[in-house]
Design a protein around this ligand. Structure first.
Ligand code: MG
Length: 312
């Protein structure tokens, strides 16, 4: 029997709607469809994905790198994210401090001069030259890459136009190819609108990576910035796809140690996406605290480990 056209449209619309709703439900674990998302991420493969935690320079208590690394090893923290400024001259001392330890350099946090979207060529060139020096150090240290923000709100830049985007992609391609030569990458970090209007979404960073089209380009997600910009932690990380190679974490109201903002500090939705993607990179602390680091840092690591094991 031939299907009535109106009935066909109604049936198709209904099934399409359900499929879309199901996909969104899976992608928005933490709001609705928790069981669907759990099923998506809960395969044996997803459960076996290893949690790799990293600290920035000021996360652990201690005066020296050696003291900080001792503290990290006791907590099972296996990644270290140094500041990029002056890193070139610290490569040997960092390599020495890492000898015999189960700690790797996760990524290098910025530290370059100038900014890439500058409307002043001298400032842009300063960014390129200083970034290359940091990228060399990042490669020597075995880091996944150097984190870069194209421009902060306070930095006078080209307007947000198609031409600017093409210029940016070309500049990034030069740096990405340089990074690839040094066996590392350039990692684009989206920020929230109060810090950087230009690049705010993980999906946009990944789309720029696609346009750059180099093995030396990557992107990351920062839970702090994602809190304000993304509609779904799960969807944000998933949209990073093959380009996602680093993650930052902080409490979700005040950018302190995870857990200091109580129930707001729920990362399970995002963790489920990372597990489903078989994410092999690090989750690196980028946050401050006014409390005793000897107390709140181990508590934060414990919280992250527990949430990593949970499906929502
Ligand atoms: Mg960050």
């Amino acid at each position: 029997m031939a299907m009535d056209r109106r009935k066909f449209i109604r049936t198709t619309a209904l099934s399409t709607g359900l499929a879309v709703a199901g996909g969104l439900a899976s992608a928005s674990c933490g709001l609705q469809g928790k069981k669907d998302a759990s099923a998506a991420a809960g395969s044996s493969k997803a459960k076996d994905v290893k949690l790799n935690i990293s600290f920035q320079e000021n996360t652990a208590p201690g005066e020296s790198l050696s003291e900080k690394f001792d503290f990290m090893e006791k907590l099972g923290v296996t990644g270290f994210e140094p500041w990029g400024g002056g890193l070139y001259d610290r490569v040997t001392s960092i390599q020495d401090a890492l000898k015999g330890r189960n700690i790797k350099i996760s990524a290098v946090c910025a530290g370059f001069e100038g900014w890439l979207l500058a409307d002043d060529d001298a400032i842009k060139q300063k960014c390129i030259d200083s970034s290359k020096r940091i990228i060399e150090a990042a490669g020597a240290l075995g880091a996944a890459g150097m984190i870069l923000v194209p421009a902060f709100n306070s930095q006078k830049s080209w307007p947000h136009t198609l031409e600017t985007r093409e210029r940016l992609v070309n500049e990034l391609r030069e740096l990405a190819q340089f990074a690839e030569q040094h066996k590392t990458s350039l990692i684009l970090e989206p920020l929230n609108r109060r810090e950087a209007f230009y690049l705010r979404l993980v999906s946009d960073a990944a789309a720029i990576c696609k346009d750059v089209d180099s093995k030396g380009i990557a992107c990351m997600g920062d839970f702090w910035h994602m809190t304000w910009e993304e509609t779904s932690d799960y969807g944000a990380f998933l949209s990073g796809g093959k380009y996602l190679n680093h993650v930052h974490i902080a409490s979700r109201k005040r950018r302190r140690m995870p857990g200091e903002d109580g129930e707001a500090d729920n990362y399970i939705d995002g963790f489920n996406a990372l597990k489903a993607m078989d994410y092999q990179g690090f989750i690196s602390f980028e946050c401050g605290t006014e409390e005793d680091r000897n107390v709140v840092v181990p508590a934060a690591v414990d919280l992250i480990k527990k949430q990593w094991e949970m499906d929502c």
